[in-house]
Design a protein around this ligand. Structure first.
Ligand code: 0A1
Ligand code: ZN
Length: 883
């Protein structure tokens, strides 16, 4: 089962397991230094499987301590064991049998953070995707579903809290200061949802009664002294539970719901049944230590993990190729939750922004893969923006194509038909095809064809005839994944905007596309739509709400964009028009600069930004989104080839300064109006929006002034982390050499030295500082007493700060940035391959750099690839990136 280095696992090879596991009983004896695990499996050969077929179980770095079949030790001739497999012959042909497997683990030495490990002394587990096989030999695959009973034993002082999946059924004292707890999870689940936790933990408790009257005890466990900081997370959890009842008719199904926040975690969080384990970054908050973005992140991740209880847990995936079945759908659900709880257009814009920043480069580079891949070497490397975020976009398109009611009916059918199943994408789509009575086979191509289709739009207006003719074309190139390029079903939402800023209703006719309401259903390579009865040339507001994950190619005049940015009655449309205008202007200037020296963006374009910032008809959060200049990486993406990050850096900074000049008065008075009265912090979306607008004006104003005074003042007076970070970022990024900036950094460190989550911000900010000496400083950070490579958040702060958020240093002309990152990745790989591999994806766009940089990047990557002992995880990413 296991993919050895280089072995490719294929979707087409899927076969169900030869054996089923009905019941799993486990005992964990947790001690300092080691843990003994006894697993009792009630199993049976699946009907139709040859009587002589051996049982082959997965393992990963395991050591077997005992093995018994139906209570009798298995003789050594009848089994073969290795750290990664256990093969047993001579098993009963048909009857049920029990297999007892003893394993000894060393959680303290487990730096991969998969399986059972210790985080700041707390015993915890991570089993998705293939971590359970690091606890015991098992059929560690998502289509093997069983009920579990777990007994935990530990020293009562070291681990007063003992948790597992399901409901607690017994607990008590044992001799020698030890104690036990027993848990039963009555729901069928795959092994990847297994979890236990033990340790000295504080708790924040609450409860909730579900719609049918089930009383649920809610608890969030934290490291000692931090439970109060989980208050917002608890509130978000309760709101998520209510929302899922209202919006999707989904109710919680156990007596308890536990969340544990830990310091060392490879990802954001994990949806283990009834026992979610979280990176503490997505639980612990207060206004002094967390930004508004952190609040929004906690709300999203809490909701996401909770929503998995139905989309992922009650209905799981047949195999790991179906990962998007649970992830894309659950991201869609968490995005809808945030839209309902906060502002729908603001949330949509932020999702589109994230998609373009993370998923588009993946889909257009060497790491491209379909939303449902068909092959993998290391499944850990497929928890990607494509599976999650594009996966969510596909569900969103389905909802657009079907309409709200039919979409909900399809979801209802999916829940009803597949509850308790390990399902596939085909199963999912079939539910919607049935409820909508539609053939969705063309839509299904979205899951199988990798790449971002180009949607080319052209229009012509005939004033005499009063018609607007629209031509839409779709094109998908064969990219790195080499999948198909057939035309897909692309729902294109649109509006025809009149000079008064209102949508014009017009008759639409087309021979090759269906137009229904505000949506054109493009299903052919090219389609022409004629709108009639127009007595003025309308402005075309195209791809509203980003109704499909496509790259829009539209020769739209600057005048039209400016008008739409001002007039479009659809808020997303206004943002889209302005962002495209600003983004393209910056990209054009960067391209031109590389050829013929310094360029600027026109005052007209910058003026539109100032106007948006000052438009009180829009909510502040949206104005902040409209008036933030695209980041350097975003500009590089738009430049697309022969990118010169240094030029982009300088261009952006100069543009920021010119924007600050032009907006000076307006921005200053806005900042004064938006200032928050001291002592009145609210984490609400509305307050966060005001802070966002106020703070996004600080960067252009400071750049224009060429002085750090405003930022220094804001830093000194800050009463919340959003204001503090905004000020510190301007200081460190715009005025790195100034004494006030260094003083602020020192002050920040002194204030928050003992708070790891805030310290991560301190590390990340310095790693992202665009200066000549950043590499030396970052190297010094690696030797800082608070730096710990084995802690994923800290490693991500420094490596990600540089490789992901500091383009002008990462892509330094001498290649030193690339070499430094590869060097640290190699070190990290020996501790935590999963996190190293994830960080290595920073190289995914190396081919879009200018030739000199390409050469440097390739050399650094080839050197990394030549290292012996690279993990399968890192090797997979490096080799695919180089392909
Ligand atoms: N299913 C989780 C993501 C996740 C995947 C792998 C992990 O292993 C370290 C951890 C978490 C989610 O979507 O939130
Ligand atoms: Zn998820």
């Amino acid at each position: 089962m296991r993919a050895e280095n280089g072995q490719i696992i294929k979707l087409e090879d899927y076969l169900p397991a030869d054996f089923v596991i009905h019941q799993v009983d486990m005992t964990f004896d947790l001690r300092d230094g080691h843990a003994d695990v006894l697993t009792r499996l009630v199993m049976q050969r699946r009907e139709g499987v040859a009587a002589e077929a051996p049982l082959e179980l997965d393992g990963d770095e395991l050591s077997l301590t005992s093995l018994a079949l139906n209570g009798t030790p298995v003789s050594p001739q009848n089994y073969t064991v290795a750290p990664d497999s256990l093969k047993i012959d001579d098993l009963p042909a048909q009857d049920q049998f029990t297999l007892e497997i003893g394993t000894r683990l060393h959680p303290e030495q487990n730096t991969k953070l998969m399986g059972l490990y210790r985080s700041n002394g707390i015993w915890c587990t991570q089993c998705e995707a293939q971590g359970f096989r690091r606890i015991t030999y098992f059929l560690d695959r998502p289509d093997v579903l069983a009920t579990y009973k777990v007994r935990l034993e530990a020293d009562k002082a070291a681990a007063p809290v003992l948790l597992a999946n399901g409901n607690p059924v017994a607990s008590g004292d044992l001799p020698n200061g030890r104690h036990f707890a027993e848990w039963i999870d009555p729901h069928l689940k795959p092994s990847y949802l297994f979890a236990i936790v033990g340790g000295r933990l504080d708790v924040l408790k609450d409860s909730l009664t579900t719609i049918s009257g089930r009383h649920v005890e809610l608890a969030i466990y934290t490291e000692p002294g931090l439970a109060e900081r989980a208050t917002y997370a608890m509130d978000a959890l309760k709101r998520s539970m209510w929302w899922d009842e209202r919006r999707f008719g989904r109710e919680y199904d156990l007596d308890v719901f536990n969340i544990v926040a830990i310091s060392d975690f490879n990802m954001g969080a994990m949806e283990n049944k009834g026992l979610n384990v979280f990176n503490h970054k997505y639980v612990l908050l207060d206004s002094e230590t967390a930004t508004d973005a952190d609040y929004a992140g906690v709300e999203t991740v809490i909701a996401h993990e909770y929503f998995h209880n139905w989309t992922g847990n009650r209905i799981t995936c047949r195999d790991w190729f179906q990962l998007c079945l649970k992830e894309g759908l659950t991201v869609y659900r968490d995005q809808e939750f945030s839209s309902d709880e906060r502002s729908r257009p603001v949330k949509r814009i932020s999702c589109v922004h994230t998609l373009k920043a993370n998923q588009f480069p993946e889909d257009q580079g060497p790491l491209q893969h379909p939303v449902r891949p068909t092959t993998y070497r290391e499944i850990n490397n497929f928890y990607t923006a494509t599976v999650y975020d594009k996966g969510s976009e596909l569900v969103r398109m389905l909802a657009t194509i079907l309409g709200e009611d039919k979409f909900r009916a399809g979801m209802d059918l999916y829940f009803e038909r597949h509850d308790g199943d390990a399902a596939t994408i085909e199963d999912f789509i079939a539910c919607f095809a049935q409820t909508a009575n539609m053939d969705l086979s063309q839509f299904a191509l979205w899951y199988n064809q990798a790449g971002t289709p180009r949607l080319t739009v052209s229009q012509s207006y005939d004033a005499k005839a009063g018609t607007l003719t629209l031509n839409l074309q779709q094109q998908l190139d064969k990219g790195a994944a080499g999948t198909g390029t057939l035309p897909m079903h692309i729902p294109v939402r649109f509006g025809l905007v009149g000079a008064n800023g209102q949508d014009i209703a017009a008759e639409a006719a087309s021979d090759d596309a269906r137009v229904s309401g505000d949506t054109i259903h493009l299903t052919t390579a090219s389609a022409t739509i004629v709108f009639t009865g127009l007595n003025q040339r309308p402005l075309l507001s195209i791809l509203r709400d980003f109704s499909a994950p496509v790259q829009l190619q539209y020769e739209e005049s600057e005048a039209d964009r400016l008008a739409l940015a001002r007039l479009d009655p659809d808020a997303y449309g206004r943002w889209r028009a302005l962002t495209d205008l600003v983004g393209d202007s910056l990209a054009d200037a960067a391209r031109q600069w590389a050829k013929s020296g310094p360029q600027t963006v026109s005052d007209t374009v910058l003026g539109a930004i100032v106007e948006a910032a000052d438009d009180t008809s829009l909510e502040p959060a949206l104005r902040a989104q409209m008036c933030s200049l695209p980041g350097e990486t975003e500009i590089a993406r738009l430049v697309a080839e022969d990118v010169n990050p240094e030029i982009i850096h300088t261009l952006r900074l100069q543009t920021l300064a010119r924007l600050g000049m032009l907006g000076g008065e307006t921005f200053r008075s806005l900042r004064a109006e938006l200032a928050e009265p001291a002592g009145e912090f609210s984490a609400s979306a509305a307050s966060a929006g005001r802070r966002a607008l106020r703070n996004c004006l600080l960067a252009p104003l400071s750049a224009a002034a060429g002085r750090p005074d405003d930022a220094a003042k804001q830093y000194a007076q800050a009463t919340n982390m959003s204001d503090r970070m905004a000020a510190l970022t301007v200081l460190v990024h715009q005025f790195p050499q100034e004494l006030v900036s260094q003083d602020a950094l020192t002050d920040f460190y002194n204030r928050f030295e003992s708070d790891p989550l805030v310290l991560d911000k301190w590390f990340a900010l310095q790693a992202a500082s665009p200066n000549a000496d950043t590499l030396e400083r970052v190297e010094a950070l690696l030797h800082h007493e608070k730096f710990k490579l084995a802690n994923p958040n800290r490693a991500r702060a420094v490596i990600g700060g540089l490789a992901g958020a500091n383009p002008s240093v990462f892509h330094r002309a001498d290649g030193a940035g690339y070499r430094w990152v590869c060097g640290v990745l190699l070190q990290l790989d020996s501790l935590n391959p999963q996190t190293a591999a994830r960080m290595a994806t920073a190289f995914r766009s190396w081919r879009s750099m200018n030739p000199a940089l390409r050469q440097q990047a390739e050399a650094a990557l080839r050197q990394l690839a030549a290292s012996e002992n690279l993990s399968r995880d890192l090797r997979d990413i490096v080799e695919r990136t180089l392909k």
